[in-house]
Design a protein around this ligand. Structure first.
Ligand code: PHE
Length: 660
């Protein structure tokens, strides 16, 4: 083991590149422009900058300092590091979130990363299955993701690209810190910047649309950046901004802790942390803010933009951008450049997500490099499968929800309070300034001690009060607001056939009038009663009876049993909770007769708390069970590590050679 404990970055540039590589990812080029354009444009930058100064940069310093400090004690991951900050027997278990969260992101992030690789090939070697408009391109993407058979037969192509991406990730990880991660980031980051600058210049020099001169670059930039200050009154905009800062800087997950643990105690953290964060912001605001949205504006004009900007992160990158490249001279080269940029941004991030788990296996459990490698590959490979095969059932969204909305905030809160209060701001401040190349303004003592934790606690409380209960509450129908939102927007990638209208207004339009009203009301005030539920359910039942067939096969043509049909005609005001449950169940049975017999539906519903109105529930539940198993596995791992390396865990001072 000793040679592994001595693993180090080769220099300051090495770790800065690696941290910047982790931070600059799909979030910068896809998530940021989509969020900013949808949340007030330039005005989004107000909460964004506030979040950057109040959590982003302080957390960067906290993670760099904690990582280096814990590293000096011989720890590479959060459990040991938390233990070295505060010797409470329970704290190490909270540290497990810092390994768990990154693994959860890793298992879907690598899949999305593999799409970028595939699309780089699609752009270079041909058109995207001949798709020339939004609907066609969406269909192509959906087919690639295995949601329909229009262009691809099943998932074989997507799976092949996933395998390549996964193996490249593993290969880099197992070459280690300097020969793998640092080596990759040292060349990939400059290449990424060159590609990003080239694409930004291409967009900025695009001629205005000949038919409509208002479709020009300036107006495109204006679309992205003109502030709509009224957005600031909406608390969701502030939450979105905070979420974007965490995600884009890779803070609050645990990955920077691990990277910083390979520093020597004499290395600077204050300036390096700031440099890593600034490099990310440069890539995000300047490059990320210049490419997608202005280009889409020039090609599609204002009228179509609203829909495009709201259509979400993936559609912007994988639907809108390919359409633009198709119309551009040398478009296949620019298209390939765009997707290669995304791939490089993605891979330098995904390896950072894997590193905590790898380091935990190698250093805390003392497994040899080779065995740790094999174990990591097997476990994460298995965990990746649901997100790939059940993408259409919302597994990816569920993973993202737990990692990026829940674990992240909990972890960031614990880590900040530990640092500023239990370790103590005086020691923390001194530790942060060992070997420092700059002095951090004193104001940040107060920010780290009071402001950052207060804001994090507020976000956490808001989460538990607002998002938590509907998500966690057991019962027959758990998440009505989400179900209604789904009904309004339609299931993902659903295309209507047989002359039914195109997505846009969503499924709700197909529902009977009273069900439409109920959907809108539930969505608007989140207050809902049995009448609403009854209306929506009976609407869904009636919808199922009609010959509506969605391309992704979510709903089929069904014939409801006569007693259900009869029941639907009774006065809804008289329905009881049991009636709603019964109706709910009959709905699922009718839609999925071959999967769910009457007995199984009952068992699933009662025991596993499945929301029967939403056929994706079993998948969501399965995902949650998988996450629980993963966490338990890590818990057992930690118990073993704790027994095995008691001497290391019991150290009260960093060993001699690590003294500053
Ligand atoms: N920061 C990365 C991005 O912007 C994502 C990421 C999050 C990477 C957390 C590592 C840890 O895409």
């Amino acid at each position: 083991m000793p040679d592994e404990t001595r693993e180090r970055w080769s220099g300051k540039l090495g770790i800065i590149m690696a941290v910047a590589g982790s931070a600059i990812g799909l979030g910068n080029f896809l998530r940021f422009p989509a969020k900013a354009a949808a949340n007030g444009g330039g005005a989004f930058m107000v909460p964004y900058l506030v979040a950057l100064l109040l959590f982003g940069i302080p957390l960067m310093w906290i993670e760099w300092t904690t990582g280096r400090y814990g590293g000096a004690f011989g720890h590479r991951t959060a459990p040991g590091m938390f233990h070295s900050l505060w010797r409470h027997p329970a704290i190490k278990y909270f540290g497990l979130i810092g390994i768990f969260g990154p693994i959860v992101v890793f298992i879907y992030y690598t899949y999305v990363e593999s799409w970028t690789l595939a699309y780089a090939f699609f752009s270079l070697f041909g058109e995207y299955g001949g798709a020339t408009d939004q609907a066609g391109m969406k269909g192509f993407l959906a087919s690639y993701q295995g949601l329909n058979n229009s262009h691809f037969n099943g998932l074989a192509v997507a799976y092949a690209f996933f395998l390549v991406t996964f193996l490249v990730n593993c290969w880099i990880l197992f070459r280690g810190i300097t020969k793998g991660i640092e080596w990759l980031c040292r060349w990939a980051m400059p290449v990424l910047f060159i590609l990003g600058i080239a694409l930004a210049v291409r967009v900025l020099t695009l001629p205005p649309d000949p038919a409509d001169s208002s479709r020009n670059v300036l107006n495109g930039l204006g679309y992205m950046w003109n502030p709509d200050f009224s957005a600031l009154k909406n608390p969701d905009v502030w939450l979105e901004a905070a979420g974007q800062i965490f995600f884009t800087l890779s803070v609050g997950f645990g990955v920077i802790l691990t990277y910083a643990s390979y520093l020597s105690r004499r290395d600077d953290v204050a300036l390096s942390g700031l440099t890593g964060a600034s490099t990310n912001e440069l890539a995000e605001v300047i490059l990320g803010g210049t490419i997608i949205i202005p280009a889409a504006f020039i090609f599609f004009g204002k009228a179509e933009m609203a829909g495009i900007a709201r259509s979400g992160t993936f559609d912007l990158g994988f639907v809108t951008m390919p359409l633009i490249f198709e119309r551009l001279p040398l478009g296949n080269v620019f298209g390939a450049a765009w997707f290669l940029l995304l791939f490089l941004a993605g891979i330098t991030s995904s390896i950072s997500l894997a590193q905590p788990a790898v380091a935990f296996l190698k250093d805390e459990l003392g497994i040899t490099k080779r065995k740790a490698a094999i174990l990591f590959i097997i476990i994460t490979f298995i965990l990746c499968q649901p997100a790939i095969f059940f993408y259409g059932n919302g597994v990816l969204g569920e993973l993202d929800f737990w990692a990026c909305n829940f674990c992240l905030v909990v972890f960031a809160t614990i880590e900040t309070i530990l640092f500023g209060w239990f370790f103590g701001i005086d020691r923390a401040w001194t530790e942060m300034h060992y070997g420092a190349d700059i002095r951090v303004p004193r104001l940040y003592r107060y920010v780290i001690r009071y402001v950052t934790p207060t804001f994090l606690l507020v976000i956490l409380a808001a989460w538990f009060l607002q998002t938590g209960p509907p998500t966690l509450r057991p019962g027959n129908i758990r998440d009505w607001p989400a179900l209604c939102a789904k009904l309004r927007h339609g299931p993902p990638a659903a295309e209507f056939v047989d002359g039914w209208p195109a997505p846009g207004p969503g499924l709700a339009r197909l529902l009977p009038r009273d069900a439409q009203v109920a959907v809108t009301e539930v969505r608007r005030d989140r207050a809902f009663g049995w009448e609403h539920k009854a209306a929506v359910l009976s609407g869904l039942n009636q919808l199922l009876e009609r010959s509506v067939l969605f391309e992704d096969g979510v709903f089929r043509r069904v014939s409801l049993p006569t007693n259900v049909q009869q029941f639907l005609k009774t006065d809804r005001g008289k329905w009881s909770k049991e009636d709603v449950q019964w109706l709910n169940r009959s709905l699922l049975q009718a839609a999925f007769p071959e999967h769910i017999g009457p007995r199984r539906a009952k068992i699933i519903e009662v025991l596993l708390m499945v929301d029967v109105a939403d056929p994706d529930r079993p998948y969501i539940l399965g995902t949650r069970i998988m996450l629980v198993v993963l966490f338990l596995g890590l818990y057992i791992g930690l118990q073993i590590a704790w027994r095995k390396r008691r001497d290391v865990w019991d150290r009260t001072e960093p060993p001699e050679e690590a003294q500053p």
